[in-house]
Design a protein around this ligand. Structure first.
Ligand SMILES: Cc1cc2nc3c(=O)[nH]c(=O)nc-3n(C[C@H](O)[C@H](O)[C@H](O)COP(=O)(O)OP(=O)(O)OC[C@H]3O[C@@H](n4cnc5c(N)ncnc54)[C@H](O)[C@@H]3O)c2cc1C
Ligand code: FES
Length: 297
């Protein structure tokens, strides 16, 4: 990576549309406790990426941490002419890379490769429900803006043919100081419901408590999108499978390459014949039908 030129280049073989870039930090703002939003100037990646895809990020000239880390698209930002100019991602500080990212300031550069992964499918009409846990909320601003036709993504851009009649987002966090970026969700006019583990804001309890009544409404959700800690996604998947609601989960497996070469990210996916086999979360995912994922018990 250190020999990478300051221009786009294709990643070898497996993900022909993904680019390697140096990208400049143009904004870096705190969203909540230990939670930041970083805006990177990278027009070529911004032109192609779609909601639910991710990029791998590392810091140039640093060998510790050696490997890049995956971060989901929060949103694309545009230049004065309305053209995609760069991307934003949100992150929570948990370890080596995210601590290093926290120390970066405007004008610093990162190495970035992407867009990677499959992204969320376009939603059907009807009631779209989103279940987000912690920093697992970050893919959903772009998902919502695309579903409501407020923004278009991809090259060629993905055409939205059906718009949800209603969007409800159930967002669970540990406590109120971790609630991040909710003004942006409110601005989209969706029904945003909050749950906190300690009861310091919204419902006192888990995000699944918010989900359950929605599943038993007279007109049940047409689809559920979910991202968060694995036990939370497993709990959501059990509920929606029992209610027979199509559900998509975005897995957050640790990754080394991000483009299909190292197999460090594999997860067990059910096959049509009832057996399971490994699939790479970075290429075949990170978004999978929830009923295909073999969650750890
Ligand atoms: C497709 C995808 C998209 C993602 N999108 C996002 C996103 O948008 N935003 C986001 O914040 N995250 C996202 N993640 C998760 C993110 O990639 C990880 O949080 C990130 O890799 C952490 O890197 P790190 O170097 O800071 O942590 P690491 O140092 O690699 O640590 C990883 C985990 O191990 C724990 N850990 C570290 N050291 C120790 C230790 N000594 N003992 C015990 N535990 C330890 C940390 O607490 C942490 O939970 C995504 C993951 C995937 C796969
Ligand atoms: S991270 Fe290397 S194959 Fe998925």
């Amino acid at each position: 990576m250190s020999a990478m030129a300051d221009c786009s280049s294709e990643l070898p073989g497996l993900v022909p549309t993904a680019l390697q870039r140096f990208a400049t930090v143009v904004e870096h703002e705190q969203m909540a406790r230990d939670t930041w939003r970083m805006r990177l100037r990278c027009p070529k990646v911004a032109q192609q990426i779609v909601p639910g895809q991710f990029v791998m990020v590392r810091v140039p000239e640093r060998s510790d941490p050696l490997l890049g880390r995956p971060f989901a698209l929060y949103d694309v930002y545009e230049n004065a002419a309305g053209e995609p100019e760069g991307i934003e991602f949100g992150y929570v500080v948990v370890g080596k890379m995210t601590s290093l990212l926290e120390s970066l300031t405007v004008g610093d550069r990162v190495e970035l490769w992407g867009p990677l992964g499959n992204g969320f499918p376009l939603p059907p009409s009807g009631h779209m429900v989103i279940a987000a846990g912690g920093i697992g909320q970050t893919p959903f601003l772009a998902v919502i803006r695309e579903a409501l036709r407020r923004k278009i993504y991809g090259n060629p851009f993905r055409e939205v043919t059906q718009t949800p009649s209603r969007i409800t987002m159930c967002y669970g966090v540990r406590s109120r100081e971790y609630i991040a970026g909710i003004d942006a969700f409110h601005q989209e006019g969706i029904d945003l419901q909050i749950a906190t583990d300690d009861g310091s804001a919204g419902h006192h309890g888990y995000v699944t408590d918010l989900l359950k009544p929605l599943l038993s409404e007279a007109e049940p959700p047409s689809v559920v999108y979910c991202c968060g800690p694995e036990p939370m996604m497993h709990a959501v998947a059990k509920l929606t499978e029992a209610a027979k609601i199509p559900t998509w989960v975005s897995l957050e497996s640790p990754m080394a390459c991000g483009f299909g070469a190292c197999f460090s990210c594999v997860t067990r996916i059910r096959q049509d014949d009832g057996t399971w086999d490994y699939r790479r979360v970075c290429v075949e995912g990170p978004v999978f039908p929830a009923d295909k994922v073999v969650f750890e018990a």
